[in-house]
Design a protein around this ligand. Structure first.
Ligand SMILES: [Zn+2]
Length: 406
């Protein structure tokens, strides 16, 4: 088989043909031309067009390499007279309109960019990272337009910090399918509202049953405004984080009041107190028991933390509620200011915390994706624009469809 025929078949050309393949030192150039008078399609609506308006100057597309030799397609695009759209550039079966690489190459690059950094992907395909960024942005735009929009029942809303906590983004996950649904440029009410009004829309808001989130007032308000059937659930992992912060604050408060001799004893106990007791080594248990003997505020904090955690195990809502009320009572009597603060937070979010017993959902289901976002943030620290960061988050977490290779 001639190389020309081989490439024509690979590209599945019907109205075009390969007239010549040239090999230069660093690439193979595939010259393409129109095949006879076969009908061309409109680049906008893809309808067949009878008339060719004119022939444009030659354009070039990068394709997948052949045995490490980059393939370049060259062709002079026609402008067709589409009965519906007017004079338009024809549709190229090998590439999306305006793309400078073929769909096959773009998809291969896009798939690798889900695993590697932009720079790493670029190196693998001999492109520069900006071309990879363009490919990813295009893939995301296509994917968002063409993804299936199934009914959603349980979502998790979370915030992601960018540039070391100076900028926040909001991410929304489908907790049942474990897939990213939406990314917003901030965590304010206005920034997140489009998720409910535009992305979900009224109809899909009605099917929402559970919304899992941190205790962040704008999110809760939006759910009450737009998803009246949904139960607000405060995320288990965020609550535990606040609880651990209370233990930490107690420890730091104590530290300030200690004299230096006593400080030696307390030093390094932070992790002992945050660790689960069954994970402690004998030596650590020994240190913990010394601490327990002479240090009552820390001990009270530690017991409070441990007893709070029993809440997650209850199966019956009324028992869980009873436990929580008792715990709140003892925390209020503990004379530990950080715990009193934590308790006030529990009280003002009571229903959303109790909802755990019935729903058993948490954003822990999508923790893997949160970690993935952190690693994207880490490796794209140099990027100025949030746009690219957002595109990468969609690209890696939303399981978007890629354009079909025709
Ligand atoms: Zn058209």
């Amino acid at each position: 088989m001639l190389i020309e025929t081989f490439i024509r078949k690979q590209l599945r050309l019907k109205a075009h043909t390969v007239i010549k393949v040239e090999e230069t030192g660093e690439c193979m150039v595939v010259h393409i031309d129109r095949l006879g008078k076969r009908l061309l399609r409109c680049g906008v609506c893809r309808g067949r067009c009878r008339e060719v308006h004119d022939i444009r100057t030659e354009r070039e597309w990068r394709d997948l390499s052949m045995r490490k030799l980059p393939l370049k397609l060259r062709y002079r695009p026609r402008r067709v007279e589409c009965p519906r759209c007017g004079v338009r550039v024809e549709d190229f079966p090998w590439a999306e309109p305006w793309a400078r690489v073929t769909t096959a190459l773009a998809n291969a690059v896009a798939v690798l960019a889900r695993e590697l950094s932009l720079q790493g992907t670029a190196r693998e395909y001999g492109l520069n990272w900006k071309s990879v960024a363009t490919i990813v942005k295009r893939a995301v735009r296509y994917g968002l337009q063409h993804r299936a929009r199934a009914p959603v029942h349980a979502i998790g809303i979370d915030e992601v910090s960018r540039r070391k906590g100076q900028v926040y983004l909001t991410v929304v996950y489908d907790l049942e399918r474990r897939v990213l649904l939406w990314v917003g440029g901030d965590r304010t009410e206005e920034a997140v509202r489009p998720f409910f009004t535009r992305e979900l829309g009224k109809r899909r808001c009605r099917t929402l049953r559970v919304v899992c989130m941190d205790m962040w007032a704008p999110y809760a308000k939006l759910v009450r405004d737009h998803a009246v059937n949904a139960q607000i659930l405060f995320d288990r992992f965020h609550i535990v984080k606040h609880l651990n912060e209370a233990v930490d604050a107690t420890r730091r408060e104590l530290w300030r009041r200690l004299v230096s001799k006593e400080k030696v004893e307390v030093k390094g106990t932070r992790w002992l107190l945050l660790k689960n007791p069954w994970n402690l080594t004998n030596d650590q248990k020994e240190r913990l028991s010394t601490l327990v003997r002479w240090n009552s505020p820390l001990v009270r904090a530690w017991y409070l933390k441990e007893s709070f955690q029993l809440f997650w195990g209850y199966k019956q809502p009324w028992r869980a509620k009873q436990h929580l009320l008792k715990w709140i009572n003892s925390a209020m009597r503990s004379r530990l200011e950080p715990f009193k603060k934590f308790t006030r937070m529990l009280r003002s979010h009571f229903d959303g915390i109790l909802a755990w017993t019935k729903t058993r959902l948490s954003n822990g289901a999508v923790e893997g994706m949160n970690n993935k976002i952190k690693s994207i943030s880490h490796r794209s620290f140099g990027f100025r624009s949030a746009d690219l960061f957002i595109a990468l988050i969609y690209h890696c977490c939303a399981r978007l469809p890629l354009p079909a290779e025709r």
